[in-house]
Write a protein that binds this ligand. Structure first.
Ligand SMILES: Cc1cc2nc3c(=O)[nH]c(=O)nc-3n(C[C@H](O)[C@H](O)[C@H](O)COP(=O)(O)O)c2cc1C
Length: 145
């Protein structure tokens, strides 16, 4: 099993509706390929975690990287994993509106900024991703599964 976390910048004009349509298709494909993970969108950036079989994740990342709906893709984690961490979700999603309205928006922005540093170690990046996810979840953000 393999886990990849990356950050990217959404193409200008990206709305929640754009993301919803990306997700609709992604979830169908992810279900076929047993890919799981989570996607965050703060209105400007995407932060996505994908996990599944080693080869599948490698191929999917190539496809995602080539997608013109975002650019400046920075891979921050690419590690083998023993077990899936998001097994029960195909691609969980926290939309921008939830992000913006969240009580912990300041913390989330800080974490996003720290994730954006290129010299992060995988363990730290993973820890930050989880913190970010958890703090959004705790602040009552709706997680669409
Ligand atoms: C931010 C972002 C995240 C994406 N995540 C996934 C994903 O988890 N799974 C997936 O199959 N496609 C994902 N895609 C879409 C792929 O880049 C690609 O458009 C799609 O898989 C191609 O499907 P098709 O070959 O059937 O047209 C994502 C695209 C973007 C911009």
């Amino acid at each position: 099993m393999r886990e990849i976390i990356y950050l990217s910048t959404a193409r200008a004009g990206t709305t929640e509706a754009t993301v919803e349509s990306i997700l609709e298709k992604s979830r169908a494909k992810n279900a076929e390929d047993s890919v799981h993970g989570a996607l965050l969108f703060d209105g400007v950036h995407f932060l996505q975690l994908i996990e599944g079989e080693h080869e599948t994740i490698g191929e999917l990342f190539k496809v995602i990287e080539a997608d013109k709906r975002h650019h400046k893709i920075v891979k921050i984690v690419d590690e083998p994993i023993k077990e899936l961490r998001f097994a029960e979700w195909l691609m969980a999603y926290i939309p921008f509106s939830e992000f913006r309205n969240s009580k912990s928006v300041a913390e989330c922005t800080k974490l996003f900024d720290r994730l954006n540093k290129k010299d992060l170690q995988p363990d730290e990046a993973r820890f930050l991703f989880d913190r970010l996810y958890l703090s959004l979840w705790k602040s009552g953000a709706t997680i669409k599964k």
